[in-house]
Design a protein around this ligand. Sequence first.
Ligand code: AAM
Length: 332
Amino acid sequence: MTDARFALVVGTTETATIDGISAAGAAPEVMRYTPVADAELLYYGRPTRSPAVPVSPTGCPTPALVTRAVRELVGFDPLVVEAGLAESTGAPTLSVGPTPGRDVRDPEAVPDAPAIVERAREVGRSLHDAELVVGESVPGGTTTALGVFEALGVADSVSSSLPENPLSLKRRVVEESLAASGAEAGSLAGRPVEAVRATGDPVLAAVFGLAEGALATDTAVTLAGGTQMLAVAALLRHGGYGGDLTVATTPFVAADDSAATRETAAALDVDLVVTDPGFESSDHVAAERFLHGEAKEGAGMGGALALADREGVPMAAVRDRLFERYDALLGG
Ligand code: AAM
């Protein structure tokens, strides 16, 4: 049993409804349920109020199923933080923001970003855990992460839940977003809250605040995720944080050449931890879909795998538990 606290920050952005931008859900009209289902899967191991386990049309499950499998083996305490859910969840949550994020092409993507950041900072400061691992679930989140990277002048690439990253679409959307906000690439450097307000999403605001609050009170923080967590690292750096930062992710993000993950991590002086679940050894459909580049990461999957590894749980046990859960929930 680890004494690390595992927080999952869940929310939505209208950006996810842009055609072809995300695969974090079976279809655009059900993506609003993905973060709700991810919270319930982490907490209860099955959907309670949400209609279904998020799964791609070809059978890739939500990465939350991996995080849940690790929870069952490692026994961490979950905390679900709500920042802009469009549907209510059956999981107990702590809310730092009631309003879904707008389409990033609106002049203000997250009008209440300052209040979300401040409330999340308070939550972070009030944690009494020695260690916080924080993950996210927000469909469309890699596009808003790109928005923040561009507004701060940090990077121009992110990863994707799709095997073929629609990066040129994302870049076009972010360009429109910056123009609508009266900003341009790099013009919000050193102003992290303004960058999220202009072109981010409520989950980025909440993870940023949570991490800042925790770090200020000597709780060690692991940012569990891919390029969205590197965007949080960028927000922390532009907010003046100069200490150690760790991002724990999956090999699927690290191997995504379109995302420039290692370069961005190096530019932000972030320690990138990559934990391999060893899916090559299996012919289960969930393993095959992840190896094909679907989903890649999310709901703290990379951080959960790192925790399992640290606690001495063999990856074979994580895989077995994942496939068992998949078959029980999705009739494999
Ligand atoms: C979260 N839940 C998911 C999922 N994610 N369920 C299924 N597939 C995923 N990929 P994009 O910007 O392409 O939408 O990718 C970001 C989303 O994918 C986030 O919600 C992240 O947690 C992950």
